[in-house]
Ligand binder design. Structure first.
Ligand SMILES: Cc1cc2nc3c(=O)[nH]c(=O)nc-3n(C[C@H](O)[C@H](O)[C@H](O)COP(=O)(O)O)c2cc1C
Length: 319
């Protein structure tokens, strides 16, 4: 994204990236950058509705809007932006703003506020899930495209689009996104796992922390897409060790985001991840990440299907 980082390990958007104190600790523990806890589209719409005469179309938000309207203090967004400004003034590593959005509404005007607060980039977490039978893959993909085209006009800082792993034509669509003038793609977002409480007979969310299992999907898609996109990939999902970080860099990731592993291990765990990366580099004789980034990715002119089919045959032919 054109940002110079002292480490490729960055902390992804989560509850640990909202207070100034935690953000400063994240910097002290060696993160290369940090993605702030997302501001949600519903929060922005609520703020617009309260502060302006613009008629915000709240109908299509339904319960998620009601939730925000009843749980969030009236000045919460103003306080969020004040916190972001303080963080960017006190920190030297890039602070990346984050918006969680799913529609192409007038929340887009708020994107500029992140830039005004000193954020060096914006990560747009597009949480558009194909849950409706009335939505075709073309409808979903069109929403992504529309939002990206509008936000590009709204801000001048780099934009990374955070996507989930569920698309009809994953490789082709990621390539098309990368052609829209964005500066990065963050893969992958994680949708909340739904569970049912059989005593209370209610729906609830399952644990929000990832297991290491999802790491391999992240690794696979980074390796496949690195040389096919026009922008770098920030890899996120299931990273728990410095070896995971090395693998994603070998697969071609520009940066590696960590989230779940910091919850049980603490923010200080960033020191361990950086030390492990440095040790591996020293053992292999590398002085910079660029010397080995992407050397294990699927080469530009190779067909990923052929390369991965070979792995499949090796595995199953031996069984
Ligand atoms: C407690 C928690 C809060 C999160 N909040 C956000 C958020 O506000 N915005 C966002 O884009 N992602 C959010 N995420 C998703 C993470 O940024 C990340 O994409 C996901 O957890 C996968 O990374 P991991 O396997 O290292 O946890 C959150 C994750 C967790 C665990």
């Amino acid at each position: 994204m054109g940002l110079k980082l002292k480490s490729p390990i960055i902390v992804g958007s989560c509850g640990l990236t909202s207070s100034v104190e935690d953000l400063i600790r994240i910097e002290q523990c060696g993160a290369g950058a940090v993605v702030l806890k997302s501001v949600f589209e519903e929060e922005i719409i609520h703020d617009i509705k309260r502060n302006t005469h613009v008629t915000a179309p709240i109908e299509h938000y339904g319960e998620s809007y009601e939730y925000i309207a009843s749980h969030v203090a009236d000045d919460s967004l103003a306080r969020r932006f004040a916190t972001i400004k303080e963080a960017t003034q006190r920190m030297t590593i890039p602070v990346i703003g984050s918006i969680n959005c799913f529609s192409h509404e007038n929340w887009l005007t708020y994107a500029k506020k992140f830039e005004d607060c000193g954020c060096k980039a914006i990560e747009l977490n597009m949480a558009i899930l194909p849950y409706e039978c009335s939505l075709s893959s073309e409808d979903v993909e069109r929403t992504y495209t529309n939002i990206i085209q509008s936000i590009r006009l709204a801000v001048s800082i780099p934009i990374s689009v955070k996507v989930g792993p569920y698309f009809t034509d994953m490789a082709k669509f990621m390539q098309r996104l990368s052609w829209l003038g964005i500066q990065g793609i963050t893969m992958f977002n994680k949708s909340v796992q739904i569970d049912i409480d059989t005593d209370e007979m209610t729906m609830r969310s399952a644990s929000c922390l990832s297991s290491h299992d999802i790491f391999y999907d992240t690794l696979r898609w980074v390796a496949i897409l690195t040389n096919k996109l026009r922008c770098p990939i920030s890899a996120v999902g299931g990273v728990y060790t410095s070896e995971d970080v090395v693998k994603l860099l070998l697969a071609g990731a520009g940066t590696v985001q960590v989230v779940s592993c910091l919850y049980p291990n603490g923010i200080e765990y960033l020191n361990t991840l950086n030390a492990g990366l440095k040790d591996w580099m020293a053992k292999k004789g590398y002085e910079t990440v660029d010397q080995f980034r992407g050397i294990m990715s699927v080469p530009t002119h190779d067909k990923a299907s052929v390369a991965l089919r070979t792995q499949f045959m090796r595995y199953f032919a031996e069984i």
